[in-house]
Design a protein around this ligand. Structure first.
Ligand SMILES: Cc1ncc(C[n+]2csc(CCO)c2C)c(N)n1
Length: 227
């Protein structure tokens, strides 16, 4: 699609293979509601509370990426992501929830929705039973999708209501980390499978993992619409 940021070759191929599912994710009604400010505050805060729980498990999945790394460079990037998640992204959630009167105790005690559990445990399982490639294929929709959504909403938003959220993902710091994950994915594939990785039988399975994680993102937005 024209105008979408470039996050590397493998991501571009996986995104194209995912077809309409990618669009369902990145242009979900929840996203469009943040764009024009019509998303009810109650839905947004419910989403944020679930997303806090999500980030706890996602941090664990990125920690598993350190375990599954085979080079110092891979370890550096995976560990930087673990740190970014715990010390930056989770703080955004704690801050916005605090402003809305949701205490840390309340936030930390959020009961996990099944759609949330399904997504994070799917990602962790891809990592437990697979190698770094399987794990990164499951992690990529989350990282790149929010990068794409952030950039588009930063251009197209017609309301200031959700500007903090949009700016976090559209910002240079986050965009730099998405490009770095794109390079990690490209490098990890070339290292393990060679440059023609997309011609191998293994590639289909990786695209299926990416596709399933993208569907689980759609389910997560849907869950967000029903507090
Ligand atoms: C449901 C859901 N999907 C994606 C993200 C965004 N996100 C979560 S972890 C991570 C990687 C580290 O930068 C990113 C970008 C989110 N917050 N919630």
């Amino acid at each position: 699609m024209s105008g979408a940021p470039d996050y590397g070759r493998a991501f571009g191929l996986m995104r194209a293979a995912a077809g309409d599912v990618w669009r369902d994710y990145t242009r979900h009604a929840f996203v469009e509601g943040m764009k024009d400010g019509t998303l009810p505050r109650e839905a947004f805060l419910h989403y944020l509370r679930q997303d806090y729980v999500f980030l706890v498990h996602f941090s664990r999945a990125w920690a598993l990426a350190v375990v599954k790394s085979e080079t110092h460079e891979e370890m550096l990037l995976a560990s930087a992501t673990v740190n970014g998640l715990i010390s930056e992204e989770m703080k955004l959630h704690i801050g916005i929830c605090a402003e809305a009167g949701i205490s840390q105790d309340e936030l930390f005690a959020t009961p996990e929705r099944p759609e949330n559990l399904a997504y994070t445990r799917f990602v962790l399982e891809a990592g437990y039973s697979g190698d770094l490639l399987s794990l990164l294929a499951a992690l990529a929709p989350c990282v790149m999708g929010y990068g794409e959504i952030g950039v588009r909403l930063s251009d197209e938003a017609t309301s200031e209501t959700y500007r903090d959220w949009i700016n976090t993902y559209a910002g240079d710091e986050y965009q730099g980390s998405v490009r770095a994950v794109g390079e990690l994915l490209d490098g990890a594939l070339a290292r393990r499978l060679g440059d023609s990785y997309d011609q191998l039988p293994r590639w289909d399975g990786l695209c299926q993992t990416f596709n399933m994680a993208t569907q689980l993102e759609v389910g997560f937005w849907q869950m967000g619409m029903t507090p």
